[in-house]
Design a protein around this ligand. Structure first.
Ligand SMILES: Nc1nc2c(c(=O)[nH]1)N[C@@H](CN(C=O)c1ccc(C(=O)N[C@@H](CCC(=O)O)C(=O)O)cc1)CN2
Length: 300
């Protein structure tokens, strides 16, 4: 039977609507406008698209957007000075440095220079530690989006077997923490995992976050399992014409959707949820900064 499609694009629109409602209330009742600052270093074409989209969606939900575009050869010192300025700007509630950064910049140093309470990406070491110990933190946007979709589809995740394929700091590790927080039995699989197909076959939930196009075939998937595909891979599509490209995930959609009970597509699955959750995190950060009640249903 064909799997149910979990429509991340539609879900993201509902998250943005909720965020816009909270933003309107913050303005009306407290005279506060949440502000999100995005810093882009260099001219990576995909990053430029994502940053443009973040700015546009920030304004659409009624928040203030501040963009800082810096040259590819920007020094660490200059970037740290911009971040320091944003840390001390009361109009800015959320700060994000678009990744990847050019090679000469120390990513850890830069991320850890963001004030943790403004770190709407949830990548600062303080937020990583808080999440890992089950305390209130800023939660990384992509895993938060995956969790929201899983909760919406399943209700409770308690007792389910989950396999996260990929151990990145941005997706794999925080995803595993969030699933553990919802009482799943969690396995983190990676390139050295022995008999990966068998490990994946045991899972009720498979989160594919390795960055390898269509790596997970349908015969790895347990009948009825839920597949969350985090991969965004651009590959040649000769069937569309010479030189054309297409976007695929880390799971082979055609074969996985024959076995899975539900699956997120690429595009239109996890991707749109990433930016929606960034907006949600910015409202959460703004409420926390002002000692106001946090919006319900917009964080983990
Ligand atoms: N500081 C950060 N850098 C990066 C993050 C992040 O969360 N924080 N994640 C990714 C890029 N990213 C947001 O920044 C992002 C990726 C993909 C999408 C998305 O909507 N994808 C669409 C397809 C878009 C396309 O055609 O390329 C989809 O999947 O439907 C949104 C945001 C790395 N850097």
């Amino acid at each position: 039977m064909a799997a149910n499609i979990i429509d991340g694009k539609a879900f993201a629109a509902t998250v943005r609507e909720k965020v816009a409602g909270h933003v309107a209330r913050l303005k009306e009742e407290n005279d506060i406008i949440p502000g999100l600052a995005v810093v882009l270093v260099g001219e990576d074409p995909a990053s430029q698209v994502y940053v443009r989209s973040k700015g546009k969606q920030t304004v659409e939900v009624g928040m203030n957007s501040y963009e800082h575009k810096m040259e590819a050869d920007t020094s660490e010192e200059d970037l740290l000075a911009v971040i320091n300025g944003l840390n001390n700007d009361p109009a800015v509630h959320g700060i994000l440095v678009q990744l990847p950064l050019p090679d000469h910049l120390n990513e850890d140093l830069i991320i850890n220079s963001i004030a943790p309470e403004k770190d709407v990406d949830g990548f600062h070491i303080s937020n990583v530690g808080l999440l890992g110990t089950g305390q209130k933190s800023m939660v990384p946007c992509t895993p938060l989006g995956c969790l929201m979709m899983l909760r919406d589809y399943h209700g409770s995740l308690s007792g389910m077997d989950a396999v996260v394929i990929g151990r990145s700091n941005i997706v794999g590790k925080p995803m595993a923490q969030l699933l553990l927080g919802d009482s799943c039995t969690v396995t983190i699989a990676h390139s050295r995992t022995k008999d990966l197909p068998e490990v994946v076959r045991r899972a009720d939930i498979v989160v594919a976050a390795v960055g390898r196009p269509e790596m997970v075939p349908g015969d790895w998937i347990k009948e009825g399992a839920t597949v969350i595909d985090v991969g965004i891979n651009r590959i040649p599509a000769p069937e569309k014409g010479e030189g054309k490209m297409k976007l695929v995930g880390d799971a082979d959609f055609a074969s996985c959707s024959e076995r899975a009970g539900a699956i997120t597509p690429v595009p239109g699955g996890v991707g749109p949820m990433t930016i929606a959750c960034l907006l949600a995190n910015t409202v959460t950060a703004c409420c926390r900064a002002n000692g106001l009640a946090e919006p319900e249903g917009l964080t983990a």
